[in-house]
Ligand binder design. Structure first.
Ligand code: TRP
Ligand code: SF4
Length: 335
């Protein structure tokens, strides 16, 4: 039996090059070897966007297109929408008995997000909701309702997968061996930093290059990237290791990156030209991705068909697993 991969993205915005290196690239490579399910996590996106439902639903199509454009093959992978598989919500309810509130508060990913999104003291200001605090429980259901064995994710998600494993162990010890423990699969590339030097590239941080950005948008963003602050005049020598432009050159410019480093240190390179060169290389990298996106954008019926097929396959899996779950929990009445 082939192992199953379960991974996915919140549908609260378009995906960016940080997502690409952190998880998309990995899942494209893995889809040949595993039964692959990719969840459009609209329910999870609602946990902190409940008052902005259009944003969540409008971005479902964006995230589907992002996945298809980087090379997710609909004949190999199942793309499906979280809210259309009610079994996930059901399993979430059962799991919520198995996790203490103290444990939820201890999850480092959730802690960081509460800070970053200013859920406690920011403009939202109303405190952390039960739904947001509990999203790792719902994510455990996302993974296990489909028998996910492997979960390719970025490093920030490891604590959530760890919590999933705990829930599964607890479930099995109380109700009998029913579910298998998933494992995370980390991508080789470390998390991409933002253009501003922030440790994380994020849509809400305003430091991201999106997979669908036009040449002009890429250039505009790269021109604002953080460079070595000590470089004032065009031909001042500088330290490329203090510059985000060089950091990205290493990813997108191949051999040219070595020249960038040498010329930067020697004071033979102006920052504006250096940035234009990088923007060009990023756009070249994005070109085939955007061509594929256009192909699907022009065929909305095909995309709808892909999602419907993914939903159907996902639903079949979830129904089988939920039968076992209800049986183990002794709530399989009249069956
Ligand atoms: N939490 C993930 C993110 O923020 C999205 C996600 C939801 C997910 N359900 C999942 C990832 C299940 C892997 C498996 O990107
Ligand atoms: Fe950065 Fe290039 Fe300027 Fe050097 S020349 S500081 S690498 S932008």
């Amino acid at each position: 039996m082939r192992k199953t991969i379960l991974t996915g993205d919140r549908t609260s915005g378009k995906l960016h090059i940080g997502h690409y290196f952190g998880s998309l690239k990995n899942r494209v490579e893995l889809q040949d070897k595993y039964d692959t399910f990719i969840i459009m996590a609209d329910v999870q996106a609602l946990t902190d966007n409940y008052n902005n439902p259009e944003k969540v639903s409008e971005n479902v199509m964006n995230v589907v297109l992002d996945n298809l454009s980087v090379g997710i093959d609909p004949d190999k992978s199942n793309i499906f929408i979280q809210s259309m598989i009610p079994e996930i919500a059901e399993l979430t309810v059962y799991y919520s008995n198995l996790v203490t509130i103290a444990r939820l508060y201890r999850n480092p990913t959730v802690k960081t997000e509460i800070e970053q999104k200013k859920l406690l003291f920011g403009e939202k200001g109303e405190g952390v909701t039960y739904g947001f605090l509990g999203y790792p429980i719902s994510q455990a259901a996302d993974i296990t309702a489909f028998g996910g064995d492997l979960v390719p994710v970025g490093a920030d998600q490891i604590p959530v997968i760890e919590q999933t494993r705990e829930i599964v162990r607890r479930f099995n010890s109380i109700y009998g061996d029913t579910l298998s423990e998933p494992e995370h699969l980390l991508s080789e590339t470390p998390r991409l930093k933002g253009l501003d030097g922030n440790e994380k590239m994020g849509k809400s941080l305003g430091n991201a290059v999106f997979l669908s950005d036009t040449e002009e948008e890429v250039l505009e963003k790269v021109l604002k990237a953080l460079t070595d602050k000590n470089k004032i005049k065009k031909y001042d020598p500088a330290d490329p290791d203090k510059c985000m432009v060089y950091y990205y050159h290493k990813l997108f410019s191949g051999e040219e990156a070595k020249i960038v480093e040498k010329e930067c240190r020697a004071g033979e390179r102006g920052c504006v030209d250096c940035k234009k060169q990088l923007a060009g290389n990023i756009s070249n990298f994005l070109k085939p991705i955007q061509e594929k996106r256009k192909y699907y954008e022009e065929r909305p019926e095909l995309v709808e068909e892909i999602i419907k097929r993914g939903n159907l396959n996902a639903k079949k899996r979830a129904e089988e697993i939920m039968k076992k779950v209800r049986h183990s929990m002794k709530i399989d009445y009249f069956s």
